[in-house]
Design a protein around this ligand. Structure first.
Ligand SMILES: C[S@@+](CC[C@H](N)C(=O)[O-])C[C@H]1O[C@@H](n2cnc3c(N)ncnc32)[C@H](O)[C@@H]1O
Length: 244
C-alpha cells in the first residue's frame, strides 16, 4: 500500500481534490489515517448489513473506491445475494479495486462498475442493502435528494441504506471546535500542518457536508420510515435508513 504524501513538499495552493491515479495509489493509507474509526465503522456497516439485508436482493456499494467495504460486505452476506456491485465514477479507483479483488480471490464474485451516482439511469433496483460511505459529501447538494429517492425506490422492503458522511454542526462555535479536534486527530496520525492545510484547500469546493438534521430530513423525505444516526465522532456521522 502506497503511503499518502500527496500534500507535502510545496507551499502553493493545492488544486481541487480529485480521485485520480495519484489518489488511488495511496487511497487505502489515506483513508485509515484520515477517517476516524475507519476500521470499526467497517465492522458496524457489515453488522448492520447483516441485520437488514433482504436475502435474494443485491448488495450495492455506491462510491465503492477500491472495494474495501464491498469485500467486507460480500464476505458476510454475499452468499445470500443476487449480486454484489460497486459503482464509482473514478476509473483509477476502480482499477485499484480490481487488483484488490484479484488478490483476495473475489474477481468473479464481485462486480465493480463505472457509474456516476448522479446519473438517473444508474441501475439501483432489487437492492437488499445499499452502502454509501464518505461519498454523499462529494455530490453537489441538488443531486443528493434525487439519488436518495432512487435508492429508496429500488430497494426491497425491509432493506436498508447505510450512509457515513462528514457533517456540519448547527452552531459555528461547536463546528470550529470539532474541526480543530479533527485536525488534531490527523496530526496524531502523522500528517503535518502543511499537509492538513493544503488538503483542506483542495477539498474546499469539492466536499460539502450537510448538517445532521438536513441529512435526517432528506432520508425521511425520500421515503425511509426508520431513520437513525448510529454513529457520531465530532464532525463525522453514520445513518441507518430502513425501508419498512
Ligand atoms: C472517500 S471515497 C469512498 C470510500 C469508500 N466508500 C470506502 O468505504 O472506503 C469517495 C468515492 O466516491 C467516488 N465518487 C465521488 N463522486 C461520485 C459520483 N458522482 N459518482 C460515483 N462515484 C463518485 C469517488 O471516486 C471516490 O472513490
Amino acid at each position: 500500500m502506497g503511503k499518502d504524501a500527496l500534500f507535502t513538499g510545496t507551499t502553493t495552493r493545492a488544486s481541487d481534490f480529485e480521485f485520480d491515479r495519484k489518489v488511488a495509489d495511496v487511497f487505502d493509507d489515506m483513508v485509515v489515517r484520515s477517517v476516524p474509526f475507519y476500521r470499526e465503522l467497517q465492522c458496524m456497516v457489515v453488522e448492520l448489513a447483516k441485520e437488514f439485508f433482504v436475502p435474494g436482493g443485491r448488495i450495492l456499494d455506491l462510491g465503492c473506491s477500491t472495494g474495501t467495504t464491498l469485500i467486507n460486505l460480500y464476505r458476510e452476506v454475499g452468499c445470500k445475494a443476487e449480486a454484489a456491485i460497486g459503482y464509482d465514477n473514478s476509473e483509477a479507483m476502480l482499477a485499484k479495486g480490481l487488483e484488490k479483488l484479484e488478490r483476495v480471490g473475489l474477481r468473479d464474485q464481485i462486480q465493480l462498475k463505472r457509474g456516476d451516482l448522479t446519473d438517473e439511469r444508474l441501475p439501483l433496483e432489487r437492492s437488499g442493502v445499499v452502502t454509501m460511505c464518505w461519498v454523499l459529501q462529494f455530490l453537489r447538494p441538488p443531486e443528493r435528494e434525487g439519488l436518495i429517492r432512487r435508492i429508496h425506490r429500488g430497494m426491497l422492503e425491509g432493506g436498508a441504506l447505510i450512509v457515513i458522511d462528514k457533517v456540519l454542526n448547527s452552531h459555528p462555535v461547536t463546528n470550529r471546535a470539532f474541526v480543530k479536534l479533527y485536525y488534531d486527530y490527523k496530526r496524531r496520525n502523522g500528517y503535518s500542518d502543511e499537509e492538513i492545510v493544503r488538503k483542506r484547500e483542495a477539498l474546499e469546493n469539492v466536499l460539502i457536508p450537510y448538517r445532521m438534521e438536513e441529512n435526517l430530513q432528506m432520508f425521511r423525505q425520500a421515503g425511509f420510515e426508520a431513520v437513525e444516526p448510529f454513529f457520531q465522532w465530532y464532525n463525522f456521522a453514520g445513518f441507518l435508513c430502513v425501508k419498512v
